[in-house]
Design a protein around this ligand. Structure first.
Ligand code: ASP
Length: 600
């Protein structure tokens, strides 16, 4: 807002910065320097004025002495928080009682000789400090102010280091960075597309890519051999959990490779990334686990392997039990917490509500006490069942066991997430550790209950394992894919596969997915054509950059590592997108809104 009485800012007129606000220390004593930045605080101390000057890197204390620089001192009285300054002065040692050992610049201060007010600032809607209590919505509305907070900026600095490290690594391995279209056809990652109406071709729409999957395969068909791109992808999903409608992938594809080559390349990339940006050593070789093993022991295909607390199948032991829920269940699994029997009834009730979110009806539990099993279900369990459980779970006094019984998917999911919750409650997770694990041998297909058909678990261009070719037609659900995911601390950070590179195999896959020849031709004709003209064997992987950066920054949400994120309702509070458009714009596109009131 223009305030008429606001004085005009001063021009730089040749002043140049010599240092950042986080650089100067006792080694620079006596130097004449020039810093630029924002006023963090201003304090007046018996005639002397202090300010903390802030830039992206940190803070430096600046002092105005009336005797040394009377003019500057007089002018300093107008300074307020967030004014933008250029200062010139000399680096001096701080008086002993003002030394701040926690700050990099805490030993020195700048004795000002001259300064310029490069801009004025109104009082910001919140203080630009790390420890401040302000709603995320307000922060997002004024994101440019939020970004001035060092902790927010440091996430973006880390993110930039991550992409720089990835580029360095891939470049040196001969990968080419190639851009692929944003205005394209619908791609088949399985989410809803964002559509863009075409003005020139009315009634027709582009789709924003859910990933560059087909293009990167076509680049391999084009002989480009090794491709990567740090690229925006768009999926119009309901933003439950921590998702964004637009997100960034590190997208990679290679020719003439099998699983080992892609996984080794990706593993080394991630290891380098952690070394170069966090100075953190990941294991020399990442652990591997099949999908079936992950589900069996952890309940989830993205296991957090930093702590044990494994799931145990006890279906055989309690089959036919007097406890009706166990008697005929497809799957009964148990999880035991050593010494966990002190858990209160209230805590157990909370856990029962917790598992309901995953479709569980309730949560059976047993506390192993010195002389009895304390549990609402104990009276239904025979001695044989008790002995069986005791042996399989290695039960000891003061342990607590939780059970889940029912359809396999629900049991695994509910107990899988319960395991994570128990890990938190009992402090079993080494929070400082990063521990990656590869998950391999994924099922090729999964049953889509709504559509009553098989759907691709990864995507329709993923190869079936050669030994499961037969299985694909005989027992589709059992066929394994040449797909792999990289999981870090319970988060899927990357996933990829060896692709189908023959048109015949691609047709077999389409058939398994219930996509007829005509539909395949209409939707993916260009891919089928490309595969006919000598496509090389190829495979790749894509990493979710936002999630990876979030984990590395130890941030709470991916919004914290995105410069301008959207809210859970997919809106941008700063620009107020999405927004209505003018009727002229709509008319040009040949679009009429269905609402009663036409857009203005
Ligand atoms: N395009 C895939 C995805 O977005 C990743 C890949 O297969 O490379 O999930």
């Amino acid at each position: 807002m223009n305030q008429p009485n606001r004085p005009l800012p001063e021009e730089l007129e040749g002043w140049k910065r010599t240092h950042t606000c986080n650089e100067l220390n006792a080694d620079h004593l006596g130097e004449e320097v020039c810093l630029m930045g924002w006023v963090q605080y201003r304090r007046d101390h018996g005639g002397i004025i202090f300010i903390d000057l802030r830039d992206r890197e940190g803070l430096t204390q600046v002092v105005f002495y009336p005797e040394i620089a009377p003019q500057a001192h007089a002018k300093a009285h107008v300074l307020r928080t967030e004014f933008v300054l250029a200062i010139r002065g000399r680096v001096e040692k701080r008086p002993a009682d003002m030394v701040n050992e926690k700050m990099r610049t805490g030993e020195i201060e700048i004795q000002i000789t001259d300064f310029k007010i490069l801009n004025h600032a109104e009082t910001p809607p919140f203080m630009i400090e790390d420890r401040m209590d302000v709603s995320e919505n307000l922060r997002l509305k004024y994101r440019y102010l939020d970004l001035r907070r060092p902790s927010v900026a440091s996430n973006l600095i880390l993110r930039s280091k991550i992409t720089a490290s990835v580029r360095r690594y891939l470049e040196q391995l001969g990968f080419l960075e190639v851009e692929t279209p944003m205005l394209t056809r619908s791609t088949p990652e399985g989410a809803r597309d964002f559509l863009v109406p075409s003005r020139i071709n009315q009634s027709e729409f582009y789709a924003l890519p859910q990933s560059p999957q087909l293009f990167k395969q076509l680049l391999m068909c084009g002989g480009l051999d090794r491709y990567f791109q740090i690229v925006k992808c768009f999926r119009d999903e309901d933003l439950r959990a921590d998702r964004q409608p637009e997100f960034t992938q590190i997208d990679i594809e290679m020719s003439f490779v099998e699983e080992e080559a892609v996984m080794n390349m990706a593993e080394e990339m991630v290891r380098k990334l952690f070394q170069e940006t966090l100075n953190y050593e990941l294991p020399a070789s990442f652990q591997r686990m099949t999908y079936d093993e992950a589900i069996a022991s952890y309940g989830l295909d993205k296991p957090d392997i930093r702590f044990d607390l494994l799931l145990h199948d006890v279906t055989d032991i309690v089959h036919g039990s007097e406890f009706k829920l166990f008697a005929n269940a497809e799957l009964v699994k148990a999880i035991k917490v050593d010494g966990g029997s002190s858990l209160s009834r209230k805590a157990i009730d909370d856990l029962t509500n917790f598992v309901r979110v995953y479709g569980a009806q309730g949560l059976a539990w047993i506390k192993i006490k010195e002389d009895e099993w304390q549990s609402p279900i104990a009276k239904f369990l025979s001695q044989e069942e008790r002995d069986g459980l005791q042996k399989r779970l290695g039960l000891k006094t003061e342990d607590i066991v939780f059970f889940q019984a029912g359809p396999a998917d629900m049991v695994n999911t509910a107990l899988g997430y319960l395991r994570l919750e128990l890990g938190k409650i009992f402090n079993l997770i080494p929070e400082e550790q990063f521990l990656p694990v590869w998950i391999t041998d994924f099922p090729l297909l999964e049953w889509d209950e709504d559509g009553k058909r098989w759907a691709a678990k990864h995507h329709p261009f993923t190869s079936v394992q050669p030994r499961h070719l037969q299985t694909l037609s005989e027992n589709p659900g059992q066929a394994k894919a040449r797909a792999y995911d990289l999981v870090l601390n319970g988060n899927e950070i990357g996933g990829g596969s060896i692709r189908i590179h023959s048109p015949e195999m691609q047709q077999v896959m389409f058939k398994a997915l219930g996509i007829g020849e005509e539909e395949a031709e209409e939707k993916f004709g260009f891919l089928l054509d490309a595969l006919k003209f000598g496509a090389p064997p190829h495979g790749g992987i894509a990493f979710g950059l936002d999630r990876l950066a979030m984990l590395m920054a130890k941030a709470r949400s991916i919004r914290d590592v995105i410069a301008f994120p959207k809210t859970q309702k997919a809106t941008c509070l700063m620009t107020e997108a999405p927004a209505r458009v003018s009727s002229t714009q709509l008319r040009e596109l040949g679009i009429r809104l269905r609402e009663k009131t036409e857009a203005s």
